[in-house]
Design a protein around this ligand. Structure first.
Ligand code: NDP
Length: 281
């Protein structure tokens, strides 16, 4: 589709707060010489259906769906990609040939960031959390050939739903631990992924994990990108672990969204630099 008007993509969420993705996307559009804009729109759950219809009415090319809309928006798209269907959540919508196509790039963004430092094949993984982000990461790690996934979650119903998904749909060995006290990571674990909302906009928030017992051969990842250096990652780094911050996931996920919408590969170094500039790192 070509247009003489400025092309627009958006992010819908509630609340959105200050948005590094908007800053990063607009810098990437400029670098690619594209006259595109990325709008952030506060949309309440009851207004989601009308807002999705409105995207087409206003000629938007697509959009990101942030919390709390990732699961609900599944009902308002015409088609889901394979991973979005497996995960049961959509974070990126592309409007193509008058159809809304729902994609999930969160898990793929995480996987790509991880693969830049280590191959997850045959690794044992612990995922803390079982929400939309944990589901996306769990599915992509399973598809990438990890050996085993342990899900630790506070509510057992949500945790068990993720374990069931991993076992039945992506055929990986998976089990649930009810997460009540400080989680102790066993010696066989290779990768620990903090996929809860703990630490978002709170550099002092503590994740209930016994960090004193973390082995220095562990890779410890945190999905939180704001702030990029969470207390959890700072403690893991002190124990000698290799750490992967949420910015790496954010940049890789956003780069995928960019190419889905525009058909062009963005300059990822500009995207990473703009997030660092946004957070004044
Ligand atoms: P959801 O609301 O779907 O899930 C939240 C998860 O966190 C649940 O498992 C919940 O457990 C758990 N949780 C929340 N608070 C606590 C707590 N105090 N103690 C223990 N467990 C807790 O959220 P999402 O999965 O959509 O998002 C999670 C985070 O991922 C967000 O902060 C978001 O910013 C981040 N994210 C980062 C991205 C990146 O690119 N870096 C991309 C996408 C998301 P329970 O089931 O028991 O309630």
């Amino acid at each position: 589709m070509t247009s003489s008007l400025q092309d627009i993509v958006c992010c819908m969420g509630q609340p959105l707060g200050s948005n590094p993705t908007q800053y990063m996307m607009e810098k990437a559009f400029i670098a690619a010489n594209l006259d595109w804009r990325y709008l952030t729109l506060e949309v309440s759950p009851e207004n989601l259906p009308a807002a999705v219809v409105g995207m087409k009415a206003m000629g938007f090319r697509g959009g990101n769906f942030a919390s709390p809309h990732q699961v609900a928006v599944v009902d308002y798209v015409d088609r889901l990609t394979e991973s979005a269907e497996l995960i049961g959540a959509v974070n990126c919508v592309h409007i193509a040939d008058d159809n809304y196509v729902g994609e999930n790039t969160d898990g793929k963004g995480f996987l790509q960031a991880l693969q830049e430092i280590s191959d997850p094949a045959d690794k044992k993984v612990v995922i803390l959390g079982a929400g939309g982000t944990a589901r996306a990461i769990g599915v992509e790690l399973a598809l990438a050939g990890v050996r085993e996934i342990v899900v630790a979650n506070r509510s057992t119903d949500r945790g068990q739903a993720l374990v069931d998904l991993l076992q039945s749909r992506v055929k990986v060995a998976a089990s649930l631990v009810e997460w009540k006290n400080d989680f102790v990571v066993d010696e066989e674990t290779d990768l620990l992924v903090q996929a809860t909302a703990i630490g978002l906009r709170d550099a002092r928030a503590a994740v209930p994990v016994d960090t004193e017992l973390l082995s220095d051969r562990l890779i410890v990842a945190d999905v939180i990108h704001n702030p990029p250096r969470t207390k959890f990652l700072r403690e893991a780094a002190k124990r000698g672990c290799t750490v992967l911050d949420g910015v790496a996931m954010l940049v890789n996920q956003a780069a995928r969204d960019f190419s889905i919408w525009t058909g062009i590969e963005p300059d990822k170094s500009i995207m990473r630099e703009s997030v660092e500039e946004f957070f004044e790192l």
